[in-house]
Design a binder for this molecule. Sequence first.
Ligand code: HEM
Length: 219
Amino acid sequence: MVSRWFNWLDERLGLKSIYAVVLDRKIPKVNWAFTLGSASLFLVVLQGVTGILLTSYYVPHPDQAYDSIQYIMNEVAFGWLIRGIHHWGSSLMVIIVFVHMLRMFFLAAYKYPREFTWITGVFLLLITLGMGFTGYLLPWNQRAYWATTVGTSIVDTIPLIGPFLMEALRGGTDLSTLTLSRFYSAHIWILPAALVGLLGIHLYLVIRLGISHIPTEDE
Ligand code: HEM
């Protein structure tokens, strides 16, 4: 019965050929370090799912942001768990993506023909850091407020465009409702959209070029 349904779908959607191209690929001799890309991918999905669940209760306004987080932690069923996973998942993601990048560096996977995979990866790392930076403000507690004050003040020190960039980030000279709205919008729309687009290219290149082998001594 199941195989009849599967064959019916396969004839129309070409499921077997998608499987053959995406998953059934030859790989060279690898080790555990080669799983870090998939671990990063898992964390992207985990952060996406838990983040979407959090938006059901979080209110991005200075008057209610802090209380809405307290509500999630104390009143919502499993809210503490979902927030906990999202909170710790963000730190883990930064570490895993960074170590994934180190594996590319030390095993020279950035060389021909994978330069573009590396370049899209660099932007993925920057976006991951940006997600962490924008998410940090959202609880709107003292730590979030002052960390973002310091973070955006650092931007201010960039020659020529620094003050402009800082005001663009803050939506004015100081942190306000506008800052929270901007960070929220960047955290749930702008950066995730950029991440998904770049990840599509990154994974397309991984599938197209295959996984590189561990370089031998004479290479
Ligand atoms: C959200 C972040 C990222 C995700 C989800 C991701 C995902 C993946 C996956 C699933 C693979 C294939 C499996 C593997 O080789 O581990 C891969 C390969 C690769 N990634 Fe990433 N990646 C990310 C960030 C980065 C970064 C920051 C860099 C470097 C700056 C990078 C550079 C590469 C390269 C060069 C390959 C090809 C490896 C090879 O052919 O041996 N990636 N990535």
